[in-house]
Design a protein around this ligand. Structure first.
Ligand SMILES: [Cu+2]
Length: 218
């Protein structure tokens, strides 16, 4: 019985620590250890923060998710502060299903930001609370026609538009109106198989399999 509870708590811990990893644009930092801390998952912008070009008419935001069901906000913030006064919805709120790689290749920003720096913030409303990651970007014209390799969807990963009051509330009651993007393209659901997610699936399968085997033997 003792061993059984240890195994169950180990499984719980591994899930709770995983959260998501922002892959593109290049994040402030890669650890998810403080991902429940807003606005940027425990990271702040400094002189070593990488800068990625971000195309205002459509660019990729890619992450790997350990959660099989989250709601996601892609928020565009003008300037160097994640608490800056001007922020915009880069895409309608999405509900992502299935764990693994996920990419939204048509996140947009207002054209007025071209030539300026800013922050792409990804906020997930997940089973273990609100999770945050940020990337520092320089806004450029046009659409990114050369999407990164990290922009892919894992096997079984799908998405649809969603509503989420907690994510909407991030915009607060400021006079700043989230941009009503005219984007009508649906979230990607190409389900291109990805070796990365297959690997993590089989890893999880292995852990669960071992746990089940051990439980069976108790
Ligand atoms: Cu999590």
């Amino acid at each position: 019985m003792f061993a059984k509870s240890i195994i169950l708590s180990l499984l719980t811990v591994s899930v709770a620590n995983a959260h998501f990893t922002l892959r593109y644009p290049e994040p402030f930092g890669k650890s998810a250890a403080k991902q429940d801390q807003g606005p940027c998952g425990g990271y702040t912008l400094d002189s070593n923060t990488p800068v990625t070009q971000f195309h205002v008419d459509g660019d990729a935001v890619a992450y790997a998710s350990s959660h099989p069901e989250v709601k996601v906000l892609f928020r565009i913030i003008e300037g160097n502060s994640p608490d800056g006064p001007n922020s915009y919805k880069g895409f309608p709120i999405v509900e992502q299903y299935g764990s693994g790689d996920f990419c939204e290749p048509r996140v947009t920003a207002p054209k007025s930001l071209v030539g300026k720096q800013g922050i792409v913030q990804v906020v997930q409303n997940a089973v273990d609370g609100m999770l945050y990651a940020c990337a520092y970007v320089r806004f450029v014209n046009g659409v990114n026609s050369n999407l990164p390799d990290t922009c892919k969807n894992g096997t079984g990963v799908d998405a649809g538009f969603a509503e989420d009051a907690s994510l909407e509330a991030i915009f607060g009651s400021s006079t700043d109106t989230p941009s009503t993007s005219e984007t009508t393209s649906a979230p990607t659901a190409t389900n291109t198989p990805s070796s990365g997610s297959l690997k993590s699936f089989s890893m999880v399968g292995g852990v669960v399999g071992i746990a089940i085997a051990l439980l069976g033997g108790l």
